[in-house]
Design a protein around this ligand. Structure first.
Ligand code: ARG
Ligand code: GLU
Length: 701
């Protein structure tokens, strides 16, 4: 009896340890050794070399990282596609009330009309390689941690120097599996990237924050950019003489569509996941971190929304800020629910119990979990205070602005002063004081109410009884909100800027807050976190030893990955079944001129009325978006969704709300990425915008 039960327990354990087939974000250069066979069994027709090669053009050469988003080449003339929400800041920066590209969309009629975006870059991965041995060269087991870190840092520096010598590339080394492995990533970065096309927000952001992170979805979340290069096809600063870049590889677009069960994969730059964290960390996120951060963001959003609805100038000024705050706000809510629903804390605890049993008698591992427990208990109050500091204090725009000046000294160079002036300009362009002042009062009230006294700086304690007056005084007395004064100082002698700003009341408040936090929270928290990181290095190694047959994927860290799965509907809750695709019918069902997020552009209504779908019609309508089981995260926005032949079928832009815990725990029944169907994109370019010349440079199949 006892034996039988043990077998059942062991089998259950084995099952929950194995990742689901769809789970994982894999390193392309290792795909042949890890997942290629499985991918091929499920429908991939390509070889490992087709996916990733340094000797011949491969799919990796059609992917760009845009710093936080992904894009993919879709023509031989430097054209790439990404999400509307990825280009949003650029679209906003070209928009004015008179030329409102956010509202009306933008379609360059020819290359001369494409709009440059200073500071916006697109990088191709040249190669990636395992450099673990070189990074750890000279590291001895008996060295203390500081010494080890020093040796590793030196090694990294010289590897990077070697990889970037005389080739104009840049490189970084990233730790994988909690520093059990190191990889070098070499990039070629292009700096002349121009906006080619964007649909109106009523298409590109259709459903807005109401539908964000949700299925069924009907967002035409795409925009187009073009990379320009010098005459030798090499990166160059913006110049009218630059020419369209010729990529080594670009995607063929499939117009044949997708159906339930089809194999798909995603190639892109997922930002960050934490799949291996211990139960204590998950508990903090679900029970404390997320709820408090959500509350602080709700406060800011309510205030922004109110003022934005009243004034079209403010609506544009705060468009990207609002979207950024709202996005994570909603994601955290889904994540907390998903963690709860899946019982992730209990499941992790169960894994930890097994680990502890397995580790007994193994000195390298047997003390890890008790140490985690201790360190997490110690860091918890610091995390809490830190969350209020980043989400509350730094949520006050005046304070993050003041930080620019609080950190200056007399050594400021002319170049740095010029760069500072640029930041200052952007700040004023997108700043509306009533929003910030009202937020500041509400945020500081929450701070005083929730953060323990030991983590409140003196300046806050002194004014806690009189917050509103104190904040009004701050906003009135500071010179930072008087742009002409600030510009006058910035245009003067750079060495005197710091001095001239030092006495400003906002700069002083910022400085006392920041100094207090550095000393009492951030410094201590960093020390604990680096000890926790070291535990994870050992824990990860132990998990791998404990499950030798299991293929582990490294947590996402903004490096190039492949995820694969299939087009698939799901049951989000009892009695509800979601289909795997949406259509234009759904857009018209949602259409409501009274609701900002659902106000369909008249031109799209007209096309619908006339059923003027041209070659993009499928069963009397136009497909809009679809979902699949690919394991993705933030940063995968804009990533190509690819069929078994390596053709582009969609552009990834989101996950379902029920899925957002997949950064911590993936579940194949609930986790779905959302992509805009490439046929909807083509329909919009062709029929909505009449920009057929763009389709002509693409390769359709
Ligand atoms: N949720 C998607 C992502 O994480 C889309 C965000 C677009 N922003 C928004 N606030 N609707 O990036
Ligand atoms: N929209 C997200 C992004 O900006 C992708 C959605 C996700 O987190 O999966 O990368």
């Amino acid at each position: 009896m006892r034996i039988r039960r043990n077998i059942v327990v062991a089998l259950l354990a084995l099952f929950s340890l194995q990742s689901y087939a769809e789970e994982g974000m894999w390193l392309p250069s290792l795909i042949g050794q890890t997942k290629l066979k499985d991918m091929q069994a499920k429908g991939l027709k390509l070889t490992a070399e087709d996916l990733y090669s340094i000797n011949q053009a491969s799919l990796k050469d059609a992917i760009v990282t845009l710093g936080g988003c992904t894009g993919e080449m879709i023509s031989g003339e430097g054209l790439f596609i990404t999400n509307h929400h990825c280009g949003y800041g650029n679209i906003q920066s070209h928009s004015t009330v008179e030329h409102d590209y956010l509202t009306n969309g933008f379609w360059a009629a020819n290359k001369q009309e494409e709009l440059p975006n200073p500071g916006y870059t697109a990088s191709f991965l040249v190669k990636m390689e395992d450099v673990t041995e070189d990074v750890l060269k000279g590291v001895k087991p008996d060295m203390d941690e500081a010494k080890k870190d020093e040796v590793i840092a030196k090694n990294k520096e010289s590897i990077i120097a070697r990889a970037t010598k005389n080739n104009g590339y840049n490189a970084r080394i990233e730790a994988l599996y909690y520093a059990n492995q190191y990889f070098l990533f070499v990039f070629e970065k292009f700096e002349d990237v121009r906006l080619v096309a964007a649909p109106p927000s009523a298409i590109g952001k259709f459903g807005g924050d109401t539908d964000n992170w949700m299925w069924p979805r009907h967002t035409g979340d795409f925009c187009l950019f073009r990379i320009y290069a010098d005459k030798d096809n090499k990166p160059a600063k913006y110049s009218p003489d630059n020419v369209p870049y010729k990529p080594k590889k670009f995607f063929t677009i499939s117009t044949k569509g997708v159906k339930e069960g089809d194999f798909t994969f995603i190639y892109g730059y997922p930002g960050r996941t934490s799949e291996y964290i211990v139960s204590d960390a998950v508990k903090y996120i679900a029970e404390e971190g997320n709820p408090h951060k959500i509350k602080l963001r709700t406060i800011r959003l309510d205030i922004m929304n109110r003022y934005q609805a009243k004034d079209p100038v403010v609506r544009i000024q705060y468009a990207a800020k609002n979207a950024g705050v709202a996005n994570k706000w909603k994601k955290m809510q889904g994540e907390a629910k998903g963690i709860e629903k899946l019982g992730v804390v209990a499941e992790k605890q169960e894994l930890e119990n097994r680990f502890q049993e397995w580790a007994a008698g193994k000195p390298e591992y047997e003390n890890l979990l008790p140490q985690f427990r201790e360190l997490y208990a110690e860091v918890r109050p610091l995390d809490f205070a830190f969350d209020y500091y980043t989400e509350g204090f730094n949520g006050i725009e005046l304070m993050s602005f003041a930080a620019n000046f609080a950190s200056l000294d007399a050594s400021l160079t002319k170049e740095k002063a010029a760069a500072l002036k640029e930041r200052v300009k952007t700040f004023y362009k997108n700043y509306y004081q009533p929003i910030d002042q009202e937020s500041a009062k509400a945020l500081m009230a929450e701070f005083v109410k929730n953060v323990p006294a030991e983590f409140q700086p003196a300046v806050l304690k002194e004014n806690a009884g009189n917050l509103d007056n104190w904040i009004d005084g701050l906003f009135t007395e500071t010179i930072l909100l008087d742009s002409s004064k600030v510009y006058r100082i910035l245009d003067g002698d750079p060495s005197e800027i710091a001095g001239a700003m030092a006495n400003d009341i906002a700069v002083q408040v910022n400085k006392s807050f920041v100094d207090f936090y550095k000393e009492n929270v951030i410094g201590k928290r960093d020390v604990l976190n680096s000890r926790i990181e070291k535990l994870y290095t050992a824990y990860m190694k132990g998990l791998m030893e404990m499950q030798p047959d299991h293929v582990f994927y490294p947590d996402a860290n903004s490096t190039l990955r492949i995820a694969y799965g299939k087009v698939d509907g799901f049951n989000p809750s009892d009695a509800v079944r979601y289909k795997c695709y949406s259509t234009l019918e759904g857009i018209m069902e949602k259409d409501n001129p009274e609701i900002y997020d659902y106000n369909v552009p008249q031109r799209l209504r007209d096309l619908y009325e006339a059923k003027d779908y041209g070659r993009w019609e499928v069963n009397g309508t136009v497909p809009v978006a679809f979902i699949a089981t690919n394991h993705t995260t933030g940063g995968n926005s804009g990533s190509p969704v690819i069929n078994g032949n390596g053709e582009l079928i969609g552009v990834n832009f989101d996950r379902c709300w029920e899925s957002t815990m997949s950064d911590i725990k993936y579940d194949s029944d609930l986790c779905r990425n959302i992509a805009v169907d490439i046929r909807y994109v083509l329909f919009l370019i062709d029929k909505y915008a009449g920009a057929n010349y763009l389709i002509e440079e693409m390769k359709l199949n």
